[in-house]
Design a protein around this ligand. Structure first.
Ligand code: NAI
Ligand code: 15L
Length: 273
């Protein structure tokens, strides 16, 4: 049967707030969890991903989990280790112990951020789309934690038969705000469509998908997402003229723009002092 009760971790965050607004229309009853309390949501669970007991209680009785909680940008390895690596492990263990069969994992394009963009060819010609099985090439400690999360999802499928759809999200915000985002933007509406497909598709095992709208300037292959039943409705192209007029076309000579992960590849590591 299709999942109905879904735990949404990271529910106070940007994407969590968008999905709290959009997913109930698909018939889900959302249970919310975040480190921070959520205004207007007195039933939301306020807990850290380090709190194993709280996680176990949070997943008890849910049909599936959408796991968004964690550090969403580059940070020190120690912080990433706690929130994203140990935190995601704690969540998987709680789900395993409570018999939850499906997790939708918010991975990121930064798990493969050091993948060179297919420069020198038409930027959105089908032959140049970056495939889903391109090797992990994380661009930050943050991206490294997402590579780890994808591997852990594969491990929990192979070892325990728990299913995951890992969504390598591009940029899910109300509107694209940079020329790079014209290629990787996922509209909130398409985000909800993709999460719904990831929750309801049958027999996903561990499936990795890119998460974006059907952008004219798309850099990657959406076929595994479409195979789940995802039919994106939006295209960032309506924002292209304005953004390119303001910021100029992506400059192929700029190292920030040579890689799928964009400027994340040039972020210096953050050390814990
Ligand atoms: P965000 O930073 O706005 O939200 C993350 C939420 O997780 C925050 O509300 C925070 O309080 C919570 N959180 C952090 N550490 C926690 C912990 N130890 N225990 C419990 N909760 C904790 O990030 P955003 O943009 O909403 O992203 C959500 C997820 O999607 C993240 O995992 C991010 O890496 C991923 N993602 C988002 C993209 C986007 O375009 N918004 C792109 C790619 C990936
Ligand atoms: C991410 O993984 C971040 O969580 C998000 O805030 C954006 O920076 C996004 O990638 C991006 O690549 O634009």
């Amino acid at each position: 049967p299709a999942p109905r009760t879904v735990l949404l971790t990271g529910a106070a965050g940007g994407l969590g707030t968008l999905m709290r607004g959009l997913l109930p229309a698909y018939g889900y009853e959302l249970r919310l969890l975040d480190l921070r309390p959520i205004e207007g949501e007195p039933d939301a669970i306020t807990a850290d991903l380090g709190d194993k007991e709280a996680l176990r209680e949070a997943v008890r009785g849910v049909d599936a989990v959408i796991h968004l909680a964690g550090i969403s940008l580059e940070s020190s390895f120690d912080k990433i280790l706690k929130a994203n690596i140990e935190g995601t492990y704690n969540l998987y263990e709680a789900a395993r112990e409570e018999g939850v069969r499906r997790i939708v994992f918010a991975s990121s394009n930064h798990a493969v951020g050091f993948t060179p963009r297919p420069l020198g060819e038409a930027p959105h010609a089908p032959s140049t789309l970056i495939p889903i099985d391109t090797p992990h090439r994380p661009d930050t400690f943050y991206g490294l934690s997402k590579s780890f999360g994808e591997d852990m999802a594969q491990f929990y499928w192979d070892k325990h038969g728990m299913e995951t759809v890992s969504v390598r999200i591009g940029s899910c915000f109300l509107e694209p705000t940079s020329v790079r985002m014209l290629s990787v933007w996922m509209s909130p509406g398409d985000g909800a469509r993709l999460f719904h497909a990831a929750l309801t598709a049958e027999d996903v095992k561990h499936t990795v998908v890119y998460g974006s709208s059907a952008n004219t300037r798309l850099w990657w292959d959406l076929s595994t997402a479409r195979a789940l039943g995802y039919e994106p409705q939006d295209d960032s192209e309506q924002y292209a003229e304005k953004l390119i007029a303001e910021q100029g076309e992506l400059d192929p000579e700029n190292p920030d723009h040579d890689y799928l992960g964009g400027h994340f590849v040039t972020k210096p590591p953050i050390w814990p002092y």
